[in-house]
Write a protein that binds this ligand. Structure first.
Ligand code: ATP
Length: 247
C-alpha cells in the first residue's frame, strides 16, 4: 500500500533560522503517528508543510500519493486538521462556523453532517452560541468537529486534548481510535502528552533542532532507551543523555 505521507530530504528556512533540517520519513496508511519534540523543534513547521500551508525550501512531500508542491489542490479536500491555536470566527455561532467551513470544504448534505457531528461530539447544548462565548474545552470539541466535517482520509491533530478534562480527553482519544478503525484514515498527532501518545500511536517521530533524531513504536523506543515510559525517553533525548544501549 502507498504510504499516506512520504517526506524526502525536506528543509525549511526562515531567513537565518533553519526550522526543519533535511528530514525524511514515511507515515503508513491507517496508522496513528506522533510527531514529538520540545518547544521550537520544528513540529508546527513540519505539520504546516504537510498541510500545504508552507512550501518546503527544498525536498519533496507526497501526501496520499500526490506531490504537495505541484498538485496540492488534488489532495487538500482529503485532509483536515485541528489546532487549539487557530481561533474560529468568534461572533459566529458554532453552527454558523461549521456551516461556513462545510461550504469551504464542499461537504455534501451539510445539515445532516453537522447534526451527526453535534451528536457524536456532544455539541447540542451550545451549538447556537457564539464561538467567542465557549469554554476552552467546548472550543476544542468544536475544533475537532470542524476537522471531521469532510471525513478526512488524513487528519493532523495538534494537541487534540489541550484544555479537556481527563474524562473528556479520554473520550476524545477513543473517538479518534474508533474513527480511524471505521474509516481506515491516517492520523498524525503532535502532542506533549506522552501518555496520550503511548496509548494512541503505532509510530513516533522525535524531532530536535529541526531534525528527526529517533523513531519507532512507543514500545521499541522505551525498550531501546531502557526506560519504563515514553516520558522518560523524551527527557533522555531532550537532555542529551546517552541511550542505554550505547553506554
Ligand atoms: N515564520 C517564521 N519565521 C521565523 N522563524 C520561524 C517561523 N516559524 C517558525 N520559526 C522558527 O522555527 C523553529 C521551529 O518552530 P516550530 O513552531 O516549528 O516549533 P515547534 O516544534 O512547533 O515548537 P512548539 O512546541 O513550541 O510549538 C523555531 O526556532 C521558530 O522560532
Amino acid at each position: 500500500m502507498t504510504a499516506a505521507i512520504k517526506v524526502s530530504s525536506v528543509s525549511k528556512r526562515f531567513g537565518p533560522v533553519l526550522a526543519v533540517d533535511d528530514i525524511s520519513f514515511t507515515v503508513e496508511t491507517g496508522s496513528t503517528t506522533a510527531l514529538l519534540g520540545g518547544n521550537g523543534a520544528g513540529k508546527t513547521t513540519t505539520l504546516s508543510m504537510l498541510l500545504g500551508l508552507l512550501l518546503p525550501s527544498s525536498g519533496a512531500i507526497a501526501i496520499l500519493g500526490e506531490d504537495m508542491v505541484r498538485h496540492r489542490y488534488r489532495v487538500l479536500p482529503r485532509l483536515n486538521f485541528s489546532s487549539p491555536y487557530v481561533e474560529l470566527p468568534l461572533r459566529l455561532t458554532v453552527r454558523q462556523n461549521l456551516t461556513v467551513y462545510g461550504h469551504l470544504y464542499g461537504v455534501a448534505q451539510l445539515g445532516h453532517r453537522i447534526a451527526e457531528l453535534a451528536e457524536e461530539l456532544e455539541l447540542a447544548d451550545f451549538i447556537d452560541r457564539p464561538a467567542g462565548k465557549l469554554s476552552a474545552g467546548q472550543k476544542t470539541r468544536v475544533g475537532l468537529a470542524k476537522a471531521l466535517l469532510n471525513k478526512p482520509d488524513l487528519l493532523m491533530l495538534d494537541e487534540p486534548t489541550a484544555s479537556l478534562d481527563p474524562d473528556t480527553a479520554d473520550w476524545v482519544r477513543s473517538y479518534f481510535q474508533d474513527y480511524r478503525d471505521r474509516t481506515g484514515a491516517t492520523i498524525v498527532l503532535a502532542s506533549h502528552n506522552m501518555t496520550e501518545v503511548e496509548r494512541m500511536c503505532d509510530h513516533v517521530l522525535i524531532m530536535k533542532q529541526g531534525r528527526i533524531v529517533d523513531q519507532g513504536s512507543p514500545a521499541e523506543l522505551i525498550g531501546r532507551f531502557g526506560r519504563d515510559t515514553l516520558e522518560e525517553v523524551f527527557l533522555d533525548i531532550a537532555r542529551d543523555r546517552r541511550k542505554a544501549a550505547e553506554s
